[in-house]
Design a protein around this ligand. Structure first.
Ligand SMILES: [Zn+2]
Length: 388
């Protein structure tokens, strides 16, 4: 029977409405400012990708090592550019997208294999599957386009080749490709996919767009017109289940994460600069929660133990990156003063650790915080990786 699953390893993928560790997209590890996948939960540790290399961190020692077991390899210390690709830990350096996934005990990486034929650029983007230690890498998917964003979830690859392009899915089992989210059929002018999330047995597509060409051009000419925003909830096969839209009021609608089986989102009244937090339940109902945002730039995260809120009135506040931590009853526990910086990233992580990436011209630092200590109000930033 296993033979009927093509080149894959015969895994049966679950289609239930519960989070399945090892098969599901690790949504709590996507970055706060870009959505980039820098950290992934692995077996007895974590992976992270920085400066074109993939590392593994032991969860007990928090020691980070390049994910390569070649004895004569210098890994991230190699200075000869032509030898870099031989390192198992090396990720292509000509890719805009360095996302990778650890799923179903395998690692998946995107490799840019584009090359010049004379003056003509032949674009090839491929996805490789490797063992958890980075060895036995093999190509499982290839396309003659640049992949701009891709996620993996329950045996499927979902990808876009442009912010305005449809989302296509590729099944590891059947090896079939199909359009699973069609931007052209939404009745919007210049629709753009701003976020794509997989959770349990649904896909969540966040889209913004304009009513018509005139409105879009007015906006380009400087008119104060914000786009309509939508969150589309689809089945993995591409059937629409629910649509949340700001079409009537033109207020913002922003995906915020998940609480148990339900999606959290905020609306925003841009005139009053107030956001409300809603829970969208599986019956298609929106329930307004008690929490009210003070500022448009506030961020909200909720995991099994804590609620994290970054309150920011201005861009300067966003650079400050101070997060208040509450327990699930709304009691204040502590504040975490992360390093300043506009392009820093917060990763909510799992029940053990949250992660924080400092990205500046001075260098890159990856920190973690032990959530076990956070319960006692103790938020120590431990450094995992540092490069100046
Ligand atoms: Zn190496």
């Amino acid at each position: 029977m296993a033979g009927s699953f093509g080149c894959n390893n015969g895994t049966k993928y679950i289609t239930s409405n519960t989070f399945v560790e090892n098969q599901d997209y690790q949504y709590s590890f996507s970055g706060s400012s870009t959505g980039n996948i820098t950290v992934q939960k692995g077996n007895n540790g974590y992976y992270f990708s920085l400066n074109n290399f993939l590392y593994f961190v032991d969860e007990k020692t928090l020691n980070a090592t390049p994910l390569c077991n070649k004895v004569n390899c210098l890994h991230d210390k190699e200075t000869d550019q032509s030898k870099l690709a031989e390192c198992n830990a090396y990720l292509s350096d000509n890719l805009l997208n360095t996302d990778y996934y650890f799923i179903n005990k395998k690692l998946y990486k995107l490799i840019d294999e584009s090359y010049f034929e004379g003056n003509k650029l032949i674009v090839i983007n491929s996805i490789y599957e490797a063992q958890s230690d980075g060895t036995q890498s093999k190509k499982i998917f290839s396309i003659n386009k640049q992949i701009k964003r891709w996620i993996m979830h329950r045996g499927m690859i979902y990808y876009t080749t442009d912010a305005n392009s449809n989302v296509e899915s590729y099944s590891l089992e059947s090896q079939n490709t199909k359009v699973c989210f069609n931007l052209d059929n939404l009745g919007l002018y210049n629709p753009e996919l701003s976020n794509m999330i997989a959770y349990e047995n649904n896909m969540y597509y966040c889209v913004s767009g304009y009513k018509d060409e005139k409105e879009f051009n007015d906006m380009l000419d400087g008119a104060d017109i914000s786009p309509f925003e939508y969150i589309f909830i689809y089945t993995p096969d591409g059937e629409e289940e629910y649509t949340l839209s700001s079409k009537l009021s033109r207020n913002g609608i922003v995906f915020q994460g998940f609480l148990d089986d339900n999606m959290l989102y905020t609306d925003a009244d841009y005139d009053e600069k107030v956001k409300n937090l809603y829970l969208f339940d599986k019956n298609g109902k929106s329930i307004k929660l008690n929490y009210k945002f003070k500022n448009i730039y506030d961020l909200y995260y909720e995991d099994d133990s804590f609620v994290y809120i970054r309150s920011a009135k201005t861009i300067d506040d966003i650079e400050r990156n101070e997060y208040d931590v509450y327990d699930k009853k709304g009691n204040y526990i502590t504040s975490i003063d992360f390093p300043d910086g506009f392009s820093n990233e917060f990763f909510m992580g799992d029940n053990k650790y949250l992660f924080y990436l400092e990205n500046s011209e001075q260098g890159t630092n990856l920190f973690c915080i032990d959530k076990g200590n956070l319960k006692n109000g103790y938020a120590e930033l431990k450094i995992i990786y540092s490069k100046n």
